[in-house]
Design a binder for this molecule. Sequence first.
Ligand code: LMR
Length: 338
Amino acid sequence: MLKLYTRLLQTKAQAKIKCMPVRNVQVSVIGAAGELGSNVSLLLKQNHKIKRLQLYDDDEKVIGAAIELNHLPGGAIVSGFAGDDLNEAIRSSQLILMVHRIPRKPGKKREAMIAANAPSLHKLCRAMADENPDAFLAIASNPINSMVPFASSILYKYGIYNPFKVFGITQIDINRTRACTAKALKVSSNNLFVPVIGGHSDETIIPLFSYMTPVEYTVDPCQADSLTHLVRKIGTEIVFRKQGTEAAVAAVAWSINEFCDSLIDAINGNEVDATCYIANPYFGTRFFAGHSTIGPYGVIRPFRKIPLNDYETFLVNRSVPIINSDVSLGEDHVKILI
Ligand code: LMR
């Protein structure tokens, strides 16, 4: 009896070890001294799968931010790098997270931010070519619809482009859709899920309410239309409300952290489903966002066409030429910088 009990305890202990996340991933955060970067770094510090967190920024104050994060009990070992130390900051990281951004001003569209945000992404791609061509690159800098093709073209020019490892982070659109829909339906957002596809801009975010779960929740066509408009415009509304000082920070940082957690699980050998804007040939564009399957070597299966209702089909058809023009904007910008 005692033997049986001991064996049971051993099995339980082994199962627990198997379930315990292994702290083995190194993540670099580029733009970590900014308001968004600081929030993302704080959230990542709490991720039990991250062994080392490498914070980089042009601004020297990132060194102070790193020292401070090390004063929090437990979590990843945090190091700060500034100025010329970008190569060192990304050395050996499995995941490189680009969160550097100049926040847009009220009245500006995301597309207008390419000239402001592209140079730091270009610098990062150069450093990746020299130092760490195999890392996953996840980009949160706007305009995401153009920055992912921009980075892809640069990495291609440097001979290290892997289309399966370059991601635009669009998780914020998932969370905004959940929150707005839950509020409209007067239910909790906890279990509610609505897939969001397309891109990340006021004209290309496409929530698919026909695939909302739990299936008992439904919205009528009029609600679907007004919720789509609400979700599309909410980032712009926050920029306006913050009067040009910042764009959305807390919810964007939270969403980036959620997406990173999925990528870390993928890096650790799991197949995960996550929404992101990636190279995708299935929609008449070269890049498209949607629910994709990701594994240790990158994207396994990008989002593919599924049956859509008339309204969703209309939104997809209208977004494709816009995404194509955003992609060209990103690719053409490479010629300006290289
Ligand atoms: C957002 O949607 O909040 C971000 O893309 C930031 C911005 O400029 O709107």
